[in-house]
Ligand binder design. Structure first.
Ligand SMILES: [Fe+2]
Length: 263
């Protein structure tokens, strides 16, 4: 894939997003957050790809996946006024649908189109179907890591203009589930269904550390101290301290692995 194609997609995205700009403050805020998030994810995916020494054509394809991974978010918010998939639609499926409906990817080869659509579709699943072709797996893993790194940045409020919007339906509390903590101590992704409070949600998100694929991502998380920052509002009891330490040790080991991707 060449740089001309990516530039064209970026222009398309920019124009598309602007059609959702609104005088309604709430709508505008949500559109802008997802727009900024998208650009951050584009930067992240490039950095991860470079750490794997991917070629320029592969980097461009990866960037396109990042650019479109959340393209359905705008229609989701316009229609349902929520980013909560459970209360509306699966936004990854909606993103793939938007690409399809608007013929955004035409001009690319069938193979490139399939790769992009599948990576977009898989970006928010609990896991990627393991019977997929190695190339699909690569782009799906890239977008999942790139997306998570920015979600962590949003959670800790790194960019003043791109903060995570709170879930209004969740009880604001520092009370947390011992089950989620136990999942983390056993190196398991926690379960969405176990979330009851805002503290649970934070622990749940911290457990995404186990979903990271590339050493670059683990090193990035450690450098930015995301785990510590995410869990600092929880009661600093022995269990939370143990969980924090456990996740950081896991990241240190994962970050030490040799970078390189053999498809
Ligand atoms: Fe997403």
């Amino acid at each position: 894939m060449d740089s001309e194609a990516v530039e064209k997609f970026k222009k398309w995205f920019d124009t598309y997003v602007k059609t959702f700009y609104s005088k309604d403050e709430d709508m505008q805020l949500h559109v802008e957050v997802k727009e900024r998030h998208t650009y951050h994810v584009c930067d992240n995916i490039r950095s991860i790809g470079q750490s794997l020494k991917l070629g320029e054509a592969e980097l461009k394809l990866a960037e396109t996946v990042a650019l479109f991974h959340d393209v359905g978010r705008f229609r989701q918010y316009q229609t349902y006024r929520t980013f909560n998939d459970k209360r509306s639609v699966n936004h990854a499926e909606l993103s793939a649908k938007v690409l399809e409906e608007l013929g955004v990817l035409k001009g690319l080869t069938d193979k490139e189109q399939q790769l992009i659509k599948k990576a977009v579709l898989y970006h928010n699943r609990r896991s990627i179907p393991d019977n997929e072709a190695a190339e699909v797996l690569l782009y799906a893993k890239l977008i999942r890591d790139a997306d998570k790194l920015d979600i962590f940045a949003m959670i800790v409020g790194e960019d003043e203009n791109c903060k995570m919007v709170k879930s209004p339906e969740l009880e604001e509390s520092t009370r947390y589930s011992a089950k989620i903590a136990a999942d983390i101590l056993e190196d398991r992704l926690a379960f969405y269904e176990d979330i009851q409070t805002s503290a649970d949600q934070m622990l749940f998100r911290a457990s995404w550390v186990y979903g990271l694929y590339f050493p670059y991502s683990s090193r990035y998380m450690l450098e930015k101290q995301y785990v510590q920052k995410m869990l600092c509002d929880l009661p600093q009891d022995a269990l939370v301290q143990q969980v924090t330490l456990h996740l950081e040790e896991y990241l240190a080991i994962a970050g030490d692995k040799v970078s390189g991707y053999s498809a």
